[in-house]
Design a protein around this ligand. Structure first.
Ligand SMILES: NC(=O)c1ccc[n+]([C@@H]2O[C@H](COP(=O)([O-])OP(=O)(O)OC[C@H]3O[C@@H](n4cnc5c(N)ncnc54)[C@H](OP(=O)(O)O)[C@@H]3O)[C@@H](O)[C@H]2O)c1
Length: 199
């Protein structure tokens, strides 16, 4: 399969690329590294990427940024930042990507444990993750030509604990390699509309 991974060079994306790269032709994308460049915040950039790539079997997102701040300090601009990047960025990937995904192919998006288990300063992340999971359930019943869509929701990654540990006290981290296996389940299996919780 030809598998596009947006964010292939990140903490999670590297592990996903290693897992799927063992069996498939992985094309990495991001703003500044990889085989193709894309900025998920820019619809034209996403469309250009798919035009350059041609047909693919699977599209994976391992990107998506949200701001963290105490609830009282959150304003509309902060919510819009998260919505524009992690929510609309992934929706753009599905909208622009659908015509380029082969029959029976798949999209696999990314959320995280904060959808269900909030942390202090994580309101934008929880909001955006919840919206992405709702989008995935809705899109699953309307995507054409047998195209599937799932989302992986990992807890905090072991590889990110050096930076995130103070925010995730009491959370048991998982390895990026373990989270990557859920992407393989989505791409190489047949399920659709699933939220794979890795915690
Ligand atoms: N790390 C964790 O513990 C953890 C746990 C659960 C869920 N997640 C989720 O997993 C996703 C990836 O997290 P991560 O920790 O692996 O992040 P990361 O290490 O910062 O990597 C992010 C990757 O995405 C790319 N990227 C960033 N913004 C982009 C944009 N606008 N357009 C295209 N590519 C972009 C980056 O490359 P460029 O800078 O070159 O664009 C990089 O390759 C996020 O949605 C995060 O919320 C992470």
């Amino acid at each position: 399969m030809k598998v596009l991974i947006v964010g292939a060079n990140g903490t999670l994306g590297k592990a996903v690329a290693a897992e799927l790269g063992a069996r498939h032709n992985v094309v990495g994308a991001s703003r500044s590294s990889g085989d193709v460049h894309v900025d998920l915040r820019d619809a034209a950039s996403v469309e250009t990427m798919f035009r350059e790539l041609g047909q693919v079997d699977a599209v994976i997102c391992a990107a998506g940024k949200v701001p963290f701040a105490p609830l009282a300090e959150l304003n509309e601009a902060k919510y819009l930042e998260g919505l524009q990047d992690k929510l609309l960025g992934q929706i753009r990937l599905v909208s622009a990507g659908t015509p380029h995904v082969r029959d029976g192919g798949s999209f696999t998006l990314i959320t995280g444990i904060l959808t269900e288990q909030p942390i202090l300063s994580g309101a934008v992340a929880s909001t955006v993750n919840g919206a992405v999971e709702a989008f995935v359930r809705a899109a699953a019943i309307e995507l054409p030509r047998g195209i599937r869509i799932n989302v992986v929701s990992p807890t905090v990654l072991t590889e990110a604990m050096h930076a995130y540990a103070p925010y995730f006290r009491g959370f048991e981290p998982v390895s990026a390699a373990r989270a990557a296996m859920a992407f393989a389940r989505s791409v190489e299996g047949r399920q659709t509309g699933q939220v794979y919780k890795i915690w």
